[in-house]
Design a protein around this ligand. Structure first.
Ligand code: OAD
Length: 241
């Protein structure tokens, strides 16, 4: 079977590598019951009163703050989600000293919950929230359990530390992610359509020879990878690690 061949190749590559970096997206969490964005059943494909992708923009947040939070609580907050095999196996690889960093576009915090320590969250985290006026920190539950627009005790709006369209990425996070990729001897990219920039462009900083893509569907960048496995990341890593 091709898949078994590929899994064997992946196993060999991992055993030869000492500085693996993982770069992932929403597809890493679908096996935890969290929808991705661009699959047929993804968040952006559903019928909603506003085009779902536009809701996750800074302009929408400013103009329709209450609608933003309705959408956000419903589709981007997952209080009961648990790490799946992908998160668990990546944490195991870090524990073995082989994997040096997880770079994620996800905001669900599941890598850390699985035990990964070096996690660069390019698009922020739903577990962190800040008052837009005084900067006071609020936890996940504060935003998730409040009604309407969450407000700080100072009266300011409490905004999730999640990067919306039209907002910039955190400089330190980008620098750490790019350095990790540049120093890696193996880069595993998984569960991402590689369509959202600047994140998708970061893989160009990889200069090693073990570049692997594990994704359910093909992406526009498949041909750039030395090894492409079309499958579910949790299942593939379970067989590999
Ligand atoms: P997408 O929804 O664009 O892509 C997810 C990819 O994961 C798809 O190509 C799926 O085929 C694949 N996939 C789904 N389940 C999988 C599984 N179990 N195993 C392997 N592959 C699987 O998600 P991202 O690329 O992460 O930004 O999207 C990037 C950004 O777009 C997100 O961070 C989000 C969104 O706008 C913000 O919210 C700021």
């Amino acid at each position: 079977m091709i898949l078994q061949d590929s899994v064997l190749k992946l196993k060999n590559m991992i055993s030869e590598s000492r500085n693996i970096v993982f770069f992932g997206g929403a597809g890493v969490s679908t096996e935890s019951g969290i929808k991705d964005f661009r699959s047929a059943d993804g968040i952006y494909m559903m019928d909603y009163k506003f085009p779902p992708e536009s809701v996750l923009s800074h302009t929408f947040f400013k103009k329709h703050t209450e609608e933003f939070f309705d959408f956000y609580r419903k589709y981007l907050c997952f209080p009961d989600a648990k790490p799946n095999m992908a998160h668990i196996k990546l944490a195991e690889l870090e524990n073995q000293g082989k994997l040096k960093a997880v770079i994620t576009q996800n905001v669900d915090g599941l890598h850390q919950l699985a035990g990964s320590n070096t996690v660069y969250e390019l698009h922020g985290s739903a577990l962190r929230n800040y008052c837009t006026k005084c900067g006071k920190f609020y936890d996940f539950d504060f935003v998730y359990k409040s009604n309407g627009v969450p407000k700080c005790e100072c009266g300011g709006i409490v905004k999730p530390d999640v990067v919306l369209y039209e907002e910039g990425l955190d400089n330190d996070t980008v620098e750490n992610a790019v350095n990790a990729i540049a120093n890696a001897d193996m880069l595993i990219v998984a569960g991402t359509s590689l369509t959202v920039y600047p994140a998708a462009g970061f893989i160009r900083y990889f200069s090693g020879d073990k570049l692997v893509l594990i994704n359910k569907d093909s992406t526009a960048m498949d041909e750039k990878f030395g090894l492409v496995i079309h499958g579910k990341i949790g299942e593939v890593l379970k067989e590999t690690v």
